[in-house]
Design a protein around this ligand. Structure first.
Ligand code: GLC
Length: 609
């Protein structure tokens, strides 16, 4: 009954979508079958959540949303352990946890779980489907949502279907891209850039068992799935729905721009990708309308809007604000916020249904996706500048306070990305090493400054677990043969519960960072200037080193100043009347007259009525 009611409104569209992908509606019956079954299996409390969210469909667009991303094993050994640590997270205000991949994976080579042996079963290392269900239940009781990383571009080379393909099973081979010789692989390699140019160059891997070449856009043990075979799509949708029935509320669609391949193209962002995301969205709306999709789209800003779909035919609910993240870091070391302002404006100019997740660090490297056109307009040489930035974060640029590692340095193009934790990038590691109190104060201030700017912009903040206690880089990966070749491991280390105890010790650097971040998050969730109806814009602070966000709602006005300068700076705003008071220190200012900010100072000044 409920199924028919929901299905009917999508039937024609689904037909069209299937035709556009497969030239027939073959597969649609299978889809209908699994949708009906998964809906009938959905637990009562989850159906209730669906009903509640149907009444508030934009529940995720709220100033109350505060997220954290983590590896459950590094944080608390496993899912059961994580369940016992929810109080710790709740204290910080967290109500959304994004877990790195937890589904069955080969060991040890699994790209941090992004090689998947089963799309629907939890890896025993993390627990079981039962422990996942228990976790989501406990979280729901506290009003917390669980986001699962869902890999959809590839399976592992040890997935049962891949194993069958290796045995020569033709139907299994049709789930992947196999080629007998190098003719097509060479054509593809000549157009499609490598994702990991130094650690996994090229797009193909020779498979000894079959004597064929298989498409592996990422690592050789990650085999790209062939969505032009409808069975692949049906299987993936079915897996997602089974996981949603365990209480997953958000799916992070890993590497989604890559899922459709077409000869003669760069195999990124093709229109069929959108068709598939739309089918997934519809499947969710029919079976589990409380569940939302977060796309991992690390692409140029011009590509982003299309992943939200249109108002009538929406696709993802949320996307990562990756370019803004890179610009925050760039502004810090360049002491210049002009590129950042351009970037934030380009996001603000997107239609209102586009909603972003803001962050400083995640499990991946920082890719220096700066807008080279804007750089040139500002007289900046893009390549020279990129070299400066990644050398700075590596710590090799003279005078740099950062500690980090390069990632996928390309000898020929001189391109590289950067790895490291927020605290180490900001100079906390250096200051502690040198036991230098002045440097430590500066580094803490930088760390909080970046958090303040990130939390002030439109969208919701995603913290990286460990950043709230200023966790430093961990170099032990270099001695581990399984991890040494991937420098992202520098910022993937066990959560330090001993250091976390220090958040209760007044004046410790952990306490200063934790407390600073917590105050920012509280201010955000308490102020109506951050709610859905607020109007947000960048504003001219008359100083390129100082980033300014203006937020208004009803008769309230908030100015979030963030100085990216190593020196004291003078700022002065135009068209802003009256006196304001900093929410954190109580300091009063009249921005129209001008005032000074200390190095890396941030203030969130509320208009005094
Ligand atoms: C995404 C993940 C990254 C992984 C890749 C391959 O980009 O964030 O960690 O290596 O997908 O699945």
């Amino acid at each position: 009954m409920l199924f028919d009611e929901r299905y009917i409104s999508y039937e024609d569209e689904l037909n069209e979508l299937f035709y556009s992908l497969y030239n027939s509606s073959v597969g649609l019956n299978d889809l209908q079958f699994i949708l009906r079954n998964r809906l009938s299996e959905r637990a009562k409390d989850l159906k209730q959540l669906d009903e509640d969210r149907l009444k508030t469909p934009t529940w995720y667009i709220s100033n109350k949303m505060i997220a954290i991303t983590m590896y459950s094993d590094l944080f608390a050994s496993n899912l059961q352990g994580l369940e016992t640590k929810l109080d710790y997270l709740a204290d910080l205000g967290i109500n959304y946890i994004h877990l790195m991949p937890i589904l069955k994976m080969p060991h040890p080579y699994n790209d941090g779980g992004y090689a998947v042996d089963s799309f629907r079963d939890v890896d025993p290392k993390f627990g079981s489907n039962e422990s996942l269900t228990s976790l989501t239940k406990a979280m729901r009781k506290r009003g917390m949502s669980l986001c699962m990383d869902f890999v959809m571009n590839h399976s592992s080379s040890t997935h049962p279907i891949a194993l069958a393909a290796k045995q020569g099973d033709k139907e299994a081979q049709a789930h992947y891209f196999f080629y007998d010789d190098r003719i097509i692989p060479d054509q593809i390699d000549s157009i499609v850039p490598s994702v990991f140019p130094s650690s996994a160059p090229g797009n193909f891997t020779f498979n000894k068992e079959t004597g064929k070449w298989v498409l592996t856009s990422f690592y050789p043990f990650q085999w790209d799935l062939n969505y032009s075979n409808y069975k692949v799509l049906i299987d993936i949708v079915d897996s997602m729905l089974s996981l949603a029935n365990l209480g997953i509320e958000v799916f992070r669609l890993d590497a989604v721009p890559y899922i459709w391949k077409q000869l003669g193209t760069n195999c990124r962002n093709l229109k069929q990708v959108h068709t598939i995301v739309r089918i997934i969205r519809i499947a969710m709306e029919i079976v589990c309308p409380s569940v939302i999709l977060k796309g991992e789209v690390v692409m140029a800003p011009s590509e982003l809007a299309s992943y939200f779909g249109t108002k009538e035919h929406p696709e993802c609910h949320l996307l990562y604000n990756a370019a803004t993240m890179a610009n925050f870091w760039d502004s810090l070391v360049s002491q210049d916020t002009r590129l950042l302002v351009e970037q934030v404006n380009s996001i603000l100019s997107l239609p209102s249904h586009c909603h972003f997740v803001n962050y400083l660090r995640c499990h991946d490297d920082v890719g220096w996706a700066l807008d080279d056109q804007v750089e040139r307009q500002l007289g900046i040489d893009p390549l020279e500048h990129k070299q400066f930035v990644y050398n700075f974060f590596e710590g090799s640029f003279p005078g740099s306070y950062s500690r980090g590692a390069l990632y996928n340095y390309d000898e020929i193009t001189k391109d590289a990305r950067s790895c490291g934790t927020t605290a180490s990038f900001c100079g906390i590691e250096e200051a502690l090493e040198e036991n230098n109190k002045i440097k430590l104060d500066r580094a803490i201030q930088r760390d909080l400054l970046l958090h303040s700017a990130m939390i002030s912009i439109e969208g919701f903040p995603l913290l990286s677990s460990g950043d709230e206690i200023a966790q430093l880089n961990d170099y032990s990966y270099i001695n581990d043969p399984d991890r040494k070749d991937d420098s992202r491991n520098i910022h993937r280390s066990p959560f330090d519960w001993e250091k976390a105890k220090k958040i209760k010790e007044k004046g410790s650097y952990q306490e200063r960072i934790y407390d600073g971040i917590k105050s920012l998050l509280e201010a955000k969730s308490e102020s109506i200037c951050f709610d859905k109806n607020a109007i947000t814009s960048t504003w001219d602070s008359s100083n390129n080193k100082v980033f300014l966000i203006r937020r208004t709602n009803q008769d309230e006005e908030l100015l979030c100043f963030a100085s990216f300068s190593d020196n004291e700076e003078f700022v002065k705003t135009n068209y802003i009347m009256g006196a304001f008071k900093d929410l954190f220190t109580g300091k009063e200012i009249v921005p129209g007259w001008g005032f000074k900010l200390a190095p890396h100072e941030y203030i969130w000044a509320k208009k005094i009525k």
